[in-house]
Each structure stands twice: as C-alpha cells, then as structure tokens.
Ligand binder design. Structure first.
Ligand SMILES: NC(=O)CC[C@H](N)C(=O)O
Length: 419
C-alpha cells in the first residue's frame, strides 16, 4: 500500500482566538485556514466526518490519537468533497493498511486543499475546548508562518483569527446545498418496484446515506435545493394520492439564522404534510414550532452518545454532530403534560440526551411531524436509531397510527436511578 505523504516536518501552528498556540507539523495542504474549532470523539469514520457538509467552516480535532490507518476509498464519503475547513490530529498513520484503501488520508487532504496540522497534543486541546467552549481558530503552515525570512509574530496570527467569521449567526446551508434537484430511487428488494412513498428531501447539507436509508425502505426520494419554496416542494410531491412527505436534512451553520428554512417548514406544517427532520432539521422544527435554539458549550460530536427515546423507554447509542440545540422545556413539574406548541398543537420532547439532558428529538402530537437531533443514518456510527426511518415510513403509509405513545414521563426520567 502507498505510504502516507511524509513531507518532512513543514512547520505549522494552530492558533485559538484566546491566544493559545500549539506548534505542530503541516498535514495535508500547507497554507492558512480559519474556522470554528470543534472536537470529534469518533474512533472510526474519519472519511464520513470529513465529508459531512455539516462541518463546513469548522476545524475538526480528532480525539482518537492515530488517524488515517485505513486510508481513503471511494465508497465512504458522505458527499462529493471534504467540507471541514481544517483538520487537527495527533499522529497521522505513516502506512495505510486496508484492502479498500486507494490512497492515504494525507494525500487526499492535500489534493482537496485542506490545511491540517499534526503532532498536536489533542488531549490538552480537547480539554481546553471542553472547559472554555468552542472558539474560532486558524491553522498556519509553511510559508504562511514566515515573512521576510522571519517568523510572523503570534499576535498577528491571533488578530487574524479574531477577525475571522463567527459560527453564531452564520447562515450556511445554501453554501453546501445542491443547486439541482435529483432523485434516489427505491433500492435493494424494492428496486424497480412502485415506491412505497415519495419524500421530498430539502438538502441543507444532506449526507449521502440519508436518502439511501429511505430508498432501502422502498421510498423514492426527490432531493431539492435549500432555496426551494413551498410551491417547488408541492410540485415535487406526487398528486395521485400515494403516500408522501417532506424531510429536512442535517446542515452547517446557526439554526437561528435559517429564516427561509423556518418559513418553508411552517408552510409544510400548515398543510399537514408528514415531516421528518434530522439534526439541523430538528432545530428547524423546533424553531417552526416556536422554540428558540442556543449554542452548546462544546457540542456533541462522536458516535457513542446515549439517547433515550421516551416513546419506547429504550436507550440507544447514537452518532452526533451538533453545536446548537433546541431550547424546549424538558422537566417542568415532572408531569407528562405535552408542551404547548401554540399554533401547531401539542409537542413533546420525545428524545433526551443522557449525558447532559439536551433535547434530542421532538414529536408533534397533533401534526404528522417529528425530528431528531442526532444521526439515524449512522454514517459513521451505530445503527441503533435506524428504527426512525421505519417510524417515518410508518407515518407516511399508516398516518392513522400517529402519534406514538409517550411511555416514560418526565417524572420517571428525573428519578435518581435514571441520572
Ligand atoms: N449536523 C447538523 O445538522 C448540525 C446542525 C447545526 N449546524 C449545529 O451545529 O448544531
């Protein structure tokens, strides 16, 4: 197998907006990059992470110490390109070892112009981000660290980082969305058959596996651009009375800035079109229903996050990538009373993160709509949450069975044993 690119020790620096500086070696492309620095705890799935459009404008730190061992292949990307704005690792693999590998991760990063840094104490860095919260950062390497033959002063690098854009308030989905609609036809045992249902999926940064998970269940998925209006969405839905619904994907940026998407979703809800949303889609359902969203200290990024589904009282281990969350009341008075969603009727927080009680899913009781904050498509990650695609197909094909029953009330959730 091809050895990883070993450009001998080009210097690089990682500079945080609070002035903390880490020295390392260039990894991938050399140059300058900026972004919000976040950490991911996934031990596997670096290709899926790098190509997830939700990471647009973020510098990702891998807490796994050794990255790149299995190289890069054509099958695992979750979109057509790497989206992270920078990449921080401890120890890049010096040798690639996998029968599927086509080349090394270092080569792939360089080819796609992604500026990275290695030899960083990622444990210390992660602890800093966990304590101080995520912040803006920059990676500078090679010639960009030098001017007139002298190292550039750190204060100058810090000033550049501080002048780079914030994630809060960033409206980014349109920068990653497809500009043309496309269709993913039913596959596997459903290939060539009439679709079980048709779903119009609004691409806010959709991962490749998401429409595939629906197609594997017999659904025809029409993926449409972020800029779509309700007229475009309705035009893409079948008019022959066959089951159909709308889906909102994951995506980058601040849900608080996604005005167009919230307006579109309200139009979907007003028409009582069945709806399912993932991640950004969950935050947008929250906003459409009248809740706020807020920025978490350091977010959830990894593939081992425990979530409780209150409709089944089961805990699932799930894949996450979010920095914002829905601000919905969770444990007021310990009652099972559903939260008042105002114009859209009753809403419950159906899924709860067990590490920190963050809202991980919303279910409407008076509308055919629900969403989760995490990633049932599981690319990469465990498949515990795959049932959510079945739940959506059930909502489309058997709407009379909606809504699910909430089995676990908030009082039970808040007992000592459940903490
Ligand atoms: N994966 C996602 O959809 C992320 C949603 C949003 N950009 C966040 O950071 O919370």
């Amino acid at each position: 197998m091809t050895p990883a690119a070993t450009s001998a020790a080009t210097s690089a620096a990682l500079v945080l907006e609070d002035g903390t500086t880490y020295r390392g070696r260039a990894y991938g492309a050399t140059g300058t990059t900026f972004g919000e620095i976040v950490f991911s705890t996934g031990m596997t799935g670096y290709q899926e992470t790098l190509t997830d459009p939700s990471y647009h404008r973020q510098i990702v730190v891998m807490t796994a110490p050794h990255v790149g061992n299995t190289g890069v292949n054509d099958e695992d990307p979750e979109s057509g390109q790497i989206w992270v704005s920078g990449y921080v690792v401890r120890d890049p693999a010096r040798r690639v070892s996998s029968w599927r590998a086509q080349h090394s991760l270092g080569e792939e990063l360089a080819e796609q112009g992604i500026v990275g840094i290695s030899e960083i104490d990622t444990r210390a860095l992660t602890r800093r981000l966990r304590e101080e919260g995520v912040m803006r950062a920059g990676i500078f390497s090679g010639d960009d660290l030098v001017r007139d033959g002298y190292p550039r002063p750190v204060e100058e690098l810090v000033a550049q980082v501080q002048a780079s854009p914030q994630m809060a308030g960033a409206d980014l989905a349109r920068e990653v969305s497809t500009t043309e609609a496309y269709t993913v036809e039913p596959r596997g045992e459903f290939e060539g058959k009439a679709p079980v249902a048709t779903v119009v999926a609004v691409d806010l940064g959709i991962k490749t596996m998401t429409p595939v998970r629906l197609a594997e269940r017999g659904v025809r998925v029409v993926v449409v651009p972020q800029a779509s209006t309700i007229t475009d969405v309705e035009a893409a839905l079948p008019d022959d009375g066959t089951p159909s619904g709308v889906f909102f994907s994951n995506g980058p940026g601040d849900p608080g800035a996604a005005g167009h998407e919230v307006e579109l979703l309200r139009a979907v809800l007003d028409r009582r079109i069945p709806f399912f949303g993932i991640c950004f889609g969950n935050q947008l359902l929250g906003r459409a229903l009248g809740y706020g969203t807020f920025k978490l200290g350091y977010g959830h990024r990894g593939i081992n996050q425990p979530v409780l589904d209150r409709t089944t009282a089961k805990v699932e281990v799930t894949a996450h990538n979010h920095g914002f969350a829905v601000d919905a009341p969770l444990d007021e008075s310990g009652s099972t009373a559903p939260h008042d969603g105002g114009r859209y009727g009753r809403v419950v927080v159906s899924h709860v993160g067990l590490n920190d009680r963050v809202v991980e899913g919303l279910t409407c009781l008076d509308l055919p709509a629900f969403s989760v904050q995490y990633h049932p498509e599981a690319a990469a990650g465990p498949h515990d949450a795959a049932y959510l695609f079945d739940r959506f197909v059930g909502l489309l094909t058997n709407p009379a069975a909606w809504p699910p029953v909430i089995k676990l009330n908030t009082a039970q959730l808040n007992t000592e044993e459940n903490h």
